[in-house]
Design a protein around this ligand. Structure first.
Ligand SMILES: Cc1ncc(C[n+]2csc(CCOP(=O)(O)OP(=O)(O)O)c2C)c(N)n1
Ligand code: SF4
Length: 350
């Protein structure tokens, strides 16, 4: 549920290259708890879309069920949206993507939605490298149903009323890297400076971009015994790198010492400039990315930043060689090429 924001805006708000102001990317008023990490994550999505000059009507937001999955009501109010069923965001996103490959797909999910009921769906979206920005707002609990541990809760971590979690946690980034995602990053809702470029890089990426956002639940899982609390994450956060997203043809203003910066070119020619890169990290190497995550986990650190990117993996449309034209723009003749053609296809399959 959401409520409309008051319509008055400053008449001289700055506009982006598409002619929109920042408020054009907002949605309804949030009904989440004050201080919820998901609201900060929502804000970073708004900022990234505004800075990139995304056209709101070219975006489709799809979500599952949970406090996290309510957030598409609070951003990009002028875009297409579908709030689906618990854990089923990936299959709805797949269907929409097959019907129209021209939109920017933003899939919103939670750790409960992704790592339990939606695990099978998540896995198959990854292995198909679906052209989807899969954002998981990860608070280690089921916020909407009053804070039960989720499958990403760390072993020994405890929420407001629960006993310490006895099970190993699932690392969604590791899973995403090993199962075929081509852009994997982890951010923290409390660090917008890092989160906005992570989203911008994802939105420019072709293929499955998975962004795991540690997004604390202030009501049920922000205790001193929780590893998904604001204070724990702030005390244990480690970044692989800092980076800027540089759209094609934009001048680079910051200057860095030689050897400090590495550039990754995206398919559209824009660049991710990685700064202060740890020499033990190669974000284009799957094995090294997983090793680094494991290493930091052993040290009790929460590794954030861009973890893995691969521009070579084909996305679903390239794999299945689907039509470039959105299905609703195909003509009857294209959709129904006639009996002779059908016979030919049947013959080829005998
Ligand atoms: C099929 C089905 N099973 C269970 C539920 C109950 N349910 C609603 S939200 C939720 C978990 C949400 O947790 P998460 O995805 O982590 O989102 P959060 O609320 O923490 O943002 C559950 C189990 C449901 N709505 N539908
Ligand atoms: S219950 Fe937790 S996750 Fe849900 S809105 Fe409140 S703080 Fe956010």
């Amino acid at each position: 549920m959401s409520f409309d924001k008051p319509g008055f805006r400053h008449p001289r708000q700055a506009k982006n290259k598409a002619g929109y102001t920042r408020s054009d990317y907002e949605g309804g008023i949030s009904t989440l708890c004050a201080g919820c990490g998901h609201d900060s994550t929502t804000n970073a999505i708004i900022q990234a879309c505004f800075e990139l000059g995304v056209e709101p009507h070219r975006v489709a937001k799809i979500s599952g069920i949970g406090c996290s999955s309510k957030t598409p009501a609070y951003f990009l109010g002028r875009s297409h949206g579908f709030n689906s069923v618990h854990g089923r965001m990936p299959s709805i996103a797949t269907g929409a993507n097959m019907a129209n490959r021209d939109l920017l797909y933003i899939g919103i999910s939670g750790d409960g939605d992704t790592a339990s009921i939606g695990m099978g769906q998540f896995a198959h979206a990854l292995r198909r490298n679906l052209n989807l920005n899969y954002i998981c707002m990860n608070n280690g609990c089921y916020g909407l149903t009053k804070g039960q541990d989720s499958a990403t809760a760390d072993k020994g971590s405890a929420g407001k009323k629960g006993a310490p979690n006895p099970y190993e946690s699932i690392d969604l980034c590791e899973l995403a890297i090993t199962m075929g995602a081509s852009y994997v990053a982890r951010g923290f809702s409390g660090d917008k400076k890092q989160l906005v470029p992570l989203f911008k890089g994802a939105f420019a990426h072709k293929g499955l971009a998975f962004i795991d956002v540690i997004s604390p639940c202030v009501t049920f899982n922000n205790t001193t015994n929780s590893t998904k609390s604001y204070s724990y994450v702030r005390d244990h956060i480690e970044a692989t790198n800092t980076f800027d997203f540089v759209p094609l043809q934009q001048e680079i203003l910051a200057s860095y010492e030689e050897g400090e910066t590495r550039a990754v070119t995206m398919h559209d020619g824009s660049k991710l400039h990685l700064h202060k890169v740890d020499s033990r990290i190669d974000v284009t190497n799957r094995l090294k990315a997983v090793n680094k995550l494991e290493e930091e986990k052993e040290r009790g650190r929460v590794l954030t930043g861009l973890l893995y990117v691969n521009q070579e993996i084909e996305e679903t449309h390239d794999i299945i060689n689907s039509t470039l034209t959105p299905l609703n723009e195909l003509t009857i003749a294209e959709l129904c090429p006639g009996n002779a053609r059908l016979q030919g296809i049947n013959e080829a399959l005998r």
